[in-house]
Design a protein around this ligand. Structure first.
Ligand SMILES: Cc1cc2nc3c(=O)[nH]c(=O)nc-3n(C[C@H](O)[C@H](O)[C@H](O)COP(=O)(O)O)c2cc1C
Length: 193
């Protein structure tokens, strides 16, 4: 059993537990199924993210485990992602429309889609679910599998946390390792005035 306290963010001051307790699981319960309401809640949270000029450039493709769509998305993942992501209850492809319907560029589309995923992640934590984003996938294959002219950005594994003992190394070790971040001081820039 995992010591979840070990996975909590070590913060200089308290932050909301939905943020400090979130982490990217690799061990998922292979028998868990997402309730329709939970899935809708995740998409609602994403839908209500802010975006440049309210363009809402994010698009999602949901593939529940056990469906043909799931097999198609799973097959585009890098091998090191497939081994654990296959057990998640669903794989959600997140894509962006980088041009508007008028053909004009939407330069903030990728930024906006990232914010939508952040919303989705926090809602998942509130629902008792885990998410793990993956940039390791075959871009050409996933792009051609999607129904619209979009740029796929990440595939998000969504499910219930499972037993780390289900994982082989190196994934088992990563699953139980403490999470680390750069100190705030390293993130601060100065403004030339
Ligand atoms: C855009 C993006 C791409 C990522 N790609 C992968 C991936 O392909 N495989 C993987 O195991 N984790 C991937 N991750 C997860 C990160 O490695 C993880 O978020 C980071 O190590 C911090 O860990 P934490 O989320 O548990 O705090 C990705 C995360 C993001 C945001």
């Amino acid at each position: 059993m995992i010591d979840v306290a070990e996975k909590n963010a070590s913060t200089d001051v308290p932050v909301h537990p939905l943020l400090s307790a979130r982490w990217s699981s690799r061990a998922f319960d292979p028998g868990h199924e997402l309730a329709d309401g939970q899935l809708t809640a995740l998409l609602e949270a994403a839908r209500w993210a802010p975006s440049a000029s309210n363009t809402q450039p994010w698009r999602f493709a949901v593939a529940r485990r056990g469906t043909a769509e799931h097999g198609a998305v799973l097959g585009t993942l890098a091998g090191g992602n497939q081994v654990w992501a296959r057990d998640a209850s669903a794989l959600v492809v997140v894509a962006a429309r980088t041009t508007g319907t008028d053909g004009a560029a939407q330069p903030w589309a990728v930024y906006d889609a990232g914010q939508a995923v952040a919303h989705l992640s926090v809602q998942a934590e509130a629902e008792g679910l885990a998410v793990h984003q993956m940039g390791g996938f075959d871009r050409d294959r996933l792009t051609s599998a999607l129904s619209d002219d979009v740029t796929p950005l990440v595939v998000v594994a969504v499910g219930l946390r499972g037993e780390p003992a289900r994982l082989a190394e190196p994934f088992a070790g990563r699953e139980t390792a403490a999470r680390v971040r750069l100190p705030i001081d390293d993130l601060l820039l100065t403004v030339r005035a």
